[in-house]
Write a protein that binds this ligand. Structure first.
Ligand SMILES: O=C(O)CCC(=O)C(=O)O
Length: 262
């Protein structure tokens, strides 16, 4: 899949793209069917919501599940990523943010690069975050909200913690206030199968999910192989396999799945 010149222009100007209908209902159903089994696993790659038993994210799922291994190399994400970055990439972080109905917590105002740089030692803000909506994402179940054009600004930072233990660099309220007053906010809503693309320096946030409906979003962060992390952090936070990804066939998600060898 190639992005049009107009989409590339909007990505450069706004810092994000929302593309409905990139993944089909059959593909989303196949991806969703793998989730409950992974959520039920007791392992550190399933961190919980702060103070709750509810699983917050499923991490490193491309190393746990064959369908998600394929998804990370899907041409409808890897080809646009290569078109934008023009070089080989590795999967820096792979997860589903579950944001369960009633219990799913939000994410503070942040830019991804602040944490990638200050925690992981990634040199430059080149990484791209690709999200796939595995649920319909509406105003009710905690969509991401972006500040368009904020990726071109210098933004103040503060060190914070996400959930029970994750280090996350966030943005102080006065800096958020002046950027939002000037640039506004956009919520990234869209039905199942929507693809979001956004860059490492874009200011964003999401609220907790007060609705009864889940809000599963898959996320893979692609980083150029020439821009690797320079610090050791837990592998689920920043993957250690830094080999270039190669695109699979377009229909790879609907091919029969055999369990990954142990
Ligand atoms: O899932 C969310 O609501 C927020 C995700 C996010 O902030 C990110 O992927 O950088």
């Amino acid at each position: 899949m190639r992005l049009t010149d107009e989409q590339l222009r909007r990505l450069d100007e706004d810092g994000f793209l929302v593309l409905p209908g990139v993944f089909t209902p059959e593909e989303v159903d196949a991806l969703r069917a793998e989730v409950p089994g992974m959520v039920a696993e007791q392992r550190p790659e399933n961190p919980r919501e702060a103070g709750k038993h509810t699983v917050r994210n499923i991490l490193s799922l491309h190393r746990r599940n064959e369908l998600y291994r394929r998804l990370v190399s899907h041409p409808r994400m890897l080809e646009p990523a290569r078109q934008i970055l023009g070089e080989d990439m590795y999967a820096q972080q792979v997860k589903i943010n579950l944001k369960s109905g009633f219990d799913g917590g939000g994410f503070e105002w942040h830019t991804d690069f602040a944490t990638h740089h200050n925690r992981d030692g990634v040199p430059r803000p080149l990484a791209l975050n690709f999200h796939i909506h595995l649920d319909d994402v509406t105003e009710f179940n905690g969509p991401l909200m972006f500040v368009p054009g904020s990726h071109k600004r210098e933004i103040a930072l503060q060190r914070s913690v996400d959930g029970e233990k994750w280090e996350l660099w966030t943005v102080p309220r006065d800096a958020v206030t002046s950027l939002v007053n000037e640039l506004g906010m956009v919520s990234a809503k869209g039905p199942r199968g929507t693809l979001l693309i956004f860059g490492d320096n874009l200011l964003h946030v999401s609220t907790s999910n007060v609705s009864p409906w889940s809000r599963w979003i898959f996320s893979v962060i692609y980083n150029p192989c020439t821009n690797q992390a320079t610090r050791d952090v837990p592998e689920m936070a920043h993957e250690r396999d830094r080999q270039p990804l190669h695109a699979l066939a377009d229909g790879c998600l609907l091919q029969p799945v055999l369990p990954l060898a142990a």
